[in-house]
Write a protein that binds this ligand. Structure first.
Ligand code: TNX
Length: 530
């Protein structure tokens, strides 16, 4: 393979325009119908294609956010094409010029419906044009365009091309506003570059929230200036006795900013009142008996709790959530609330009512695991449903009061569940989750008493008791997170299992080119490896 430097590749002779013909015969046309998540509508224009060459320029609306997406597109395309792909603004008067990929902010591009992020993508022999009302929409159109290019576009070194984009039109918009994944960095710690790598992968499939489970019994992973021992002592352990680690506030901001540039909101979680052994081991005054417990490196749950009658506990919550709120531009603070087995219902509601009010006082929106439902309603609060049944009266009652729900059914979305009995990583308490199980359900109708309007979205959590490396993360994530991404983005009318398994199959060569590990589920007709 050529690894020609950029300058040299510009002098390559122009690649001739391809002949027209059957769109799918050479695989070019079929890429238009293999987009994941499935777009709202796709209209192939058989025989037409745009050829991206050394002469192609990227033009965008004269707007900083649009130009930034144009630069992101160029960054995606330059390594494999070796083309210069200059990015320049387009004045309002100009129509999309020939031989360009043009990104246009255009309020009329797609029906202006919530949630935001819709776009329209047109490919002709002359150019590619993405139109969207917002820069988010342009960004999503760019992710789609990436999938319309040959697999070789995923290479980090210059490849020969040709860089053909199949002709046609895609109209697209997200179904749910919240499309997420969670990484548990407490049970096993993951360094900043590992998290950024995951962020890049979420962006590919139009996911827009990264929930970081920052604290648990086994480790406290975010530096808090006013309570320094939380990270220094509470961060020094992990499952199986590893050395753990924690994010400095600068590290956390690096993640937040990197994610924001990719249209991803970080949702930080401080798990309360249980799952707190790491905090208690650092500050014994927070423990019910005032004595710091030993660090914990096992995998049991539900044995720890903060002292609910001590005002120091609320000073701690206020300080921690205050610092985290200041570091977090996104609207949400996740306060856990799960598996507080040491507290009776009254004590639980007492502490969580105060915790929720502290979040509101910081001008943030409460998110909690669905055990939080019996605590008082606070405006806008969001419950994350992780149960394994399709009805929960407490959740339904909270929804009647105005709560919204993130759907993370344990037996559908939990990325730490094994695929089959033979999967060596993971757990199976919520069941085995093969790709079809992850895919074949509807978040809008799944839970009794929770209508689609109350569903904020879908999230796939990855708990890391058994997950130690990036390769482990990706093995459990791919391909199931891609299935969840389609549930979160695509309208029900645009998706079904038969089409998904074929479209998904076509993506594995992209993962291989990008060095992404995946589980080759036997349900999917993967193409032979290159
Ligand atoms: C349940 S889901 C938990 C986690 C575990 C997970 C393992 C939830 C809110 N709590 O503490 O890591 O199961 O699958």
């Amino acid at each position: 393979m050529s690894s020609a430097p950029l300058e040299q590749s510009r002098t390559h002779p122009p690649v001739p325009r391809p002949r027209t013909g059957s769109p799918a015969a050479d695989g070019v046309g079929s890429r238009l119908t293999e987009v994941v998540p499935a777009p709202v509508s796709t209209r192939p224009n058989p025989g037409v294609r745009y050829l991206l060459t050394a002469d192609t320029a990227i033009r965008t609306s004269d707007d900083p956010a649009a130009l930034a997406v144009g630069e992101q597109l160029a960054d995606l395309l330059r390594p494999a094409t070796g083309h210069p792909l200059p990015v320049t603004p387009l004045t309002a008067a100009e129509t999309p010029p020939a031989d360009t990929v043009t990104l246009l902010l255009d309020a009329t591009a797609v029906a202006a419906e919530e949630p935001e992020g819709g776009y329209r993508l047109d490919v002709t022999t002359e150019h590619v044009v993405v139109r969207a009302a917002t820069a988010d929409g342009l960004f999503y159109g760019v992710q789609t365009l990436r999938q319309l290019l040959p697999v070789a576009i995923e290479s980090a070194t210059v490849q020969p091309g040709p860089w053909e984009v199949p002709g046609g039109q895609i109209l697209d918009a997200p179904r749910f506003a919240y499309r997420g994944a969670m990484l548990d960095v407490s049970r096993h710690f993951f360094e900043v570059p590992d998290v950024l790598r995951l962020v890049d992968q979420l962006a590919r499939y139009k996911l827009n929230h990264l929930h970081l489970h920052l604290t648990d019994d086994q480790g406290w992973r975010i530096a808090i200036d006013s309570w320094p021992r939380l990270a220094e002592i509470g961060g020094a352990t992990e499952v199986d006795g590893g050395t753990g680690g924690y994010y400095t506030q600068a590290d956390y901001q690096t993640i937040v900013e990197y994610a924001a540039a990719r249209r991803i909101t970080v949702v930080p979680e401080i798990d309360l009142p249980g799952h707190t052994n790491a905090a208690l081991s650092a500050y014994g005054e927070l423990a019910p008996d005032g004595v710091a417990p030993a660090p914990y490196t096992g995998t049991e749950v539900g044995f720890s709790s903060v002292a609910v009658t001590s005002e120091r506990t609320y000073d701690f919550v206020d300080d921690v959530l205050g610092e985290l709120a200041a570091l977090t531009p996104g609207p949400y603070l996740h306060v856990g609330g799960d598996e507080a087995f040491k507290l009776d219902a009254t004590a639980y509601s007492t502490v969580m009512n105060r915790v929720q009010r502290i979040v509101v006082a910081k001008n943030k929106t409460v998110v909690g695991w669905h055990q939080l439902a019996p605590a008082e309603h606070v405006p806008g609060r969001v419950l994350q449903y992780w149960g394994t049944t399709t009805s929960d009266q407490n959740v339904a009652a909270a929804v009647r009061q105005g709560a919204r729900v993130i759907m993370s059914p344990g037996n559908r979305t939990y990325l730490d569940m094994k695929y089959t009995d033979a999967t060596t990583l993971g757990q199976d308490w919520a069941g085995l989750i093969d790709v079809r199980t992850a895919y074949d359900w509807d978040p809008g109708t799944y839970l009794d008493g929770v209508p689609a309007e109350s569903v904020l979205g879908v999230e796939a959590p990855l708990w890391t008791e058994t997950i130690r490396t990036v390769a482990d993360i990706e093995f459990m994530t791919y391909p199931r997170l891609v299935a969840i991404a389609e549930l979160a983005w695509s309208p029900t009318a645009a998706r079904d299992w038969t089409s998904f398994r074929l479209r998904l199959a076509a993506h594995s060569p992209r993962w291989t080119r990008a060095n992404i590990n995946f589980h080759p589920s036997p349900e999917i007709p993967w193409p032979p490896t290159e």
